[in-house]
Design a protein around this ligand. Structure first.
Ligand code: F6R
Length: 609
């Protein structure tokens, strides 16, 4: 989603801001812009539709000796991805960049137009600009203006503001969307993600909703929503969690797929002592939770994180022995679910910033629920909000399509389920759980080693227009995840179904042109799954099977087949099964020539609802 970078200092800032924006590219965007204050105290801007590479040549039109500025990558919400709609928006000696959505922008726009404001874009951001201009005209004091602005705006917004009257100052406001301040020596920064500033300073403050302030090269002032001054002690970021590079891989997605065995091994080592058969309760976030109070669990998440949650339901309910529900955060937050202090809510999120997941968490906490986030990004808003956090420690995930975060989420849920059960003194087969965990990283490694086979298979499928994925139990969610990966990065229409559901509708789609990717490991659902596969074959559907190594019976009825090592645990098997599906989506997308790491229309961190 939108990225913001701001700088005040004594260095020439064009490159600092541009490079900061480049670090935020992974969030997904479709237009860009940059504004600086020149030596004459005037604001200059350049904007472009498309990627940062289109903005780069335009920077020569800006004053090169400028040390105060703002940059923005926009992910279109109101109005198309055009240069006119790109940020910053500038008028009457003010410039603004915005991340978020203003819900009452229509009413505010009508008010501004009635007062004579002329709009050059279709954005809600330009509406904020004109409200700001109007308020500033009346009181000529930016702090007072921001306090009044907050009363007028409904929605989510992180703002960066330049004012020609104060050429060495940037103002900022945070409500809903993330904003982090970076404290340097004789220079200060802000950005929507610490990644954009960490190269310059490790000292940061993550703003809370309602906070705002101003920064100059030598000072940062912070105010709460009443305008009272705030003191916040900066945190020091751990650089290791910001190391990003492709390490020789063609795409971040491929690199992240290959990192999975190491991520699995590291996660197991951190959360479990496999030799002693014990769990690290502090790392699991369980120190922050009273497990004896748990009478029900609600898992919430979006997209891939939600699908990990669906597997979590299969894992947790029989082991922890409490009812478990899993729900899309965008539905949960508006459904008024039955929640109380006996409910443990588990938000699952790679970024820790997803707007709907955050709102669901807040809603559940207001109802008195305990909360335990599963999150990858340290200091993100969701772990800072929840009572406890189980950090996945999967390392930065830059490819927009989630891969290692997904498998890491499922693994964390698996370990969490057993740790909760152990803490509740339920009987669990500790030694077989530990054995299955120990075996997992090499089994995942084996799956990744099949990359060249999957690549070859993808040659047969890369021109199809539709694809169906089927599986049972936890693998029904893997079917959905496989389909999601394919549609996200290759733009092929794909759907996932529970095998038993096929004959209740989707089977109408099956004919010789419909590839069906069937997950059929050697587990207790094998016979039922084989019957579903036969139903597809009877209608001339083509089967690409994901099964057990050496399962000749299944292999013999497949057009293409990938045999995988089998875990002794059906839930851990689902992690192994998703690997060829990630690789398949990747190779199909490469063959179709799409932008694998930054697929069209998608954002990595979805900070608006
Ligand atoms: C799919 C994907 C998305 C995210 C979803 C939630 O590959 O990446 O579906 O899983 O937007 O994001 P997080 O986990 O950051 O809350």
């Amino acid at each position: 989603m939108c990225g913001i970078v701001g700088y005040v200092g004594s260095r020439e800032c064009l490159d600092i801001i541009f490079e900061g924006l480049a670090k935020l590219e992974y969030r997904g965007y479709d237009s860009t812009g940059l504004a600086v204050v020149g030596k004459d105290s005037k604001i200059y801007i350049e904007k472009s539709e498309g990627k940062l590479s289109k903005l780069r040549p335009l920077l020569k039109n800006l004053p090169q000796i400028a040390s105060v500025g703002l940059g923005h990558t926009r992910w279109a919400t109101h109005g198309a991805a055009t240069t006119a709609n790109a940020h910053p928006h500038v008028a009457d000696k003010l410039a603004i960049v915005h991340n978020g959505i203003i819900e009452n922008f229509r009413e505010l726009k009508a008010e501004c137009e009635a007062k004579g404001a002329q709009f050059k874009s279709q954005t809600d951001t330009e509406v904020i600009l004109h409200v700001l201009i109007d308020l500033y005209k009346n009181n000529r004091d930016m702090k007072k203006t921001l306090l009044s602005l907050r009363e007028k705006l409904h929605g989510a917004y992180s703002l960066g503001i330049l004012v020609e009257d104060e050429p060495s100052t940037i103002y900022f406001v945070k409500e809903g969307s993330p904003l982090v301040l970076g404290y340097g020596e004789g220079e200060n920064f802000f950005a929507s993600d610490a990644l954009a500033v960490v190269e310059h300073t490790r000292k940061v403050v993550f703003l809370k909703d309602g906070e705002m302030g101003r920064m100059t090269p030598t000072s940062i002032e912070l105010w709460d929503e009443e305008g009272t001054s705030l003191e916040r002690e900066p945190l020091t970021l751990d650089l290791s969690s910001f190391h990003i590079g492709k390490s020789g891989y063609k795409h971040f997605m491929l690199k992240e797929i290959h990192e999975q065995p190491a991520v699995m091994a590291k996660t197991i080592q951190r959360l479990v002592d496999v030799d002693k058969g014990t769990f690290n309760e502090a790392a699991l976030g369980l120190d922050a939770i009273d497990v004896t109070k748990i009478k029900a669990i609600h898992i919430v998440g979006c997209g891939t994180a939600y699908l990990a949650g669906v597997i979590g339901k299969y894992i947790l309910e029989p082991i922890v022995k409490v009812p478990v529900q899993v729900e899309l955060a965008s539905e949960f937050r508006y459904r008024d679910p039955w929640l109380n202090e006996g409910t443990l809510v588990i938000p699952i999120t790679q970024s820790g910033e997803t707007a709907d997941t955050l709102a669901s968490l807040k809603h559940a906490m207001e109802k008195g629920c305990q909360s335990l986030a599963i999150c990858n990004v340290h200091f993100a808003t969701i772990p800072r909000t929840a009572h406890g956090t189980l950090y996945m420690e999967a390392g930065p995930e830059i490819g927009v399509a989630s891969t290692k975060a997904f498998t890491s989420q499922v693994l964390c849920l698996y370990i969490l389920a057993h740790a909760l059960a152990a803490k509740l003194k339920h009987d669990i087969p500790v030694s077989s759980v530990m054995e299955a965990l120990k075996a997992l990283p090499p089994q995942v490694e084996h799956g990744i080693g099949l990359g060249p086979v999957v690549e070859k298979i993808s040659q047969t499928y890369y021109e199809v227009q539709n694809c169906i994925y089927i599986g049972r139990a936890a693998n029904s969610s893997i079917a959905l995840e496989g389909a999601l990966k394919l549609k996200e990065i290759s733009y092929i229409h794909a759907e996932g179904y529970a095998g038993g559901e096929l004959k209740h509708g989707p089977i109408a789609l099956i004919d010789q042109h419909m590839p069906v990717i069937a997950l059929c490991p050697k587990d207790r659902h094998y016979d039922k799954m084989m019957s579903n596969i036969e139903e597809v074959r009877a209608r001339e559907g083509k089967i690409f099977g994901i099964g057990a190594l050496g399962d000749l019976k299944f292999q013999s009825i497949c057009q293409d087949f990938i045999g995988l090592p089998q875990s002794s645990d059906e839930f851990l098997q689902s992690i192994i099964n998703v690997i060829p599906l990630q690789l398949f989506a990747y190779h199909v997308a490469c063959k179709r020539g799409t932008d694998v790491d930054q697929p069209r229309n998608l954002a990595k961190s979805v900070t608006v609802e």
